[in-house]
Design a protein. Structure first.
Length: 268
């Protein structure tokens, strides 16, 4: 039985090497009991160039990991003749070189923690084409000074700008309706917050410990959590109503968390 098993595995490996068929590699890994990550429909292969590791799909490209050290980054609009539409989870995680980033029109999805803990990042430009944003988007980007929220961001994700301690300016869009849990907590350079008229809810600890905050103007119909502005001792809050009930939220860490960057890939 052991000989038959060994012959089967060798045969599959030989066919895989000849055809470069990544699905066979996945089959072998599964047979051997190794953990695999199932790719979405349309996935072809994982490749890399000088700057990125990326997934190739039938109709688009997803960036998985940035490998460069440039200070000023313009994310490509296409690779291999296909549009880049997704910036994957933790793509720029803990990159300490990048100072400015331009995310071009055509990007539709920016996944969780895409720019997490990029501590040198000062400016970021986000496209109007993007309609899906993950949590912890720019969390712990301690040098980020200003951000303009694109119209596709109708909900500011949980922890999106948590611990952006240099953030002094938020340029709101008119479409945002919800501000997530700890979205701007520990943004200790904010002085004034004027929420746009369409904001309906402000979640727990959304602006927790923004100690320099002096003035908060909230639309009359907006509801905010009782702790949304906790530890903002110098702030004068005008407008809005306090929610009667809020959910339990875990305590925020005083240090950035470690996020796994394991990428399951077959690079050809």
């Amino acid at each position: 039985m052991k000989k038959i098993t060994a012959v089967l595995i060798i045969a599959l490996l030989c066919v895989s090497l000849c055809s470069c068929n990544s699905s066979l590699v996945t089959t072998i890994k599964g047979y051997l009991g190794q953990e695999t990550v199932e790719k979405p429909a349309g996935y072809i292969e994982t490749k890399e160039n000088e700057f990125y590791v990326y997934d190739v799909f039938k109709k688009h490209i997803e960036l998985l990991e940035y490998k460069g050290t440039e200070k000023d980054v313009v994310i490509p609009t296409e690779l291999e003749g296909k549009p880049v539409t997704v910036i994957g989870e933790s793509c720029f995680y803990r990159n300490e070189s990048i100072e400015t980033v331009i995310v071009p029109e055509g990007i539709e999805v920016i996944e969780t923690a895409a720019f997490y803990c990029c501590t040198s990042l000062r400016r970021a430009s986000l496209p109007e084409s993007c309609v899906s944003f993950g949590e912890k988007l720019f969390s712990w980007c301690t040098s980020l000074e200003s951000i303009k929220l694109p119209s596709g961001m109708t909900s500011v994700p949980d922890y999106a700008f948590n611990n952006c301690t240099s953030l002094s300016e938020i340029i709101w869009n008119t479409t945002v309706t919800h501000i997530g849990v700890r979205a701007f907590s520990w943004c200790t350079s904010l002085n004034t917050v004027v929420l746009p008229e369409n904001v309906q809810t402000v979640a727990d600890y959304a602006f927790f410990n923004c100690g320099t905050l002096q003035s908060v103007i909230i639309p009359p119909k907006t509801e905010y959590a009782h702790n949304a502005f906790e530890e903002c001792d110098n702030a004068t809050i005008t407008g809005g109503t306090v929610m009667s009930e809020t959910s339990d939220v875990s305590e925020d860490s005083s240090e950035p968390e470690e996020i796994s960057q394991e990428v399951s890939q077959t690079i050809s």
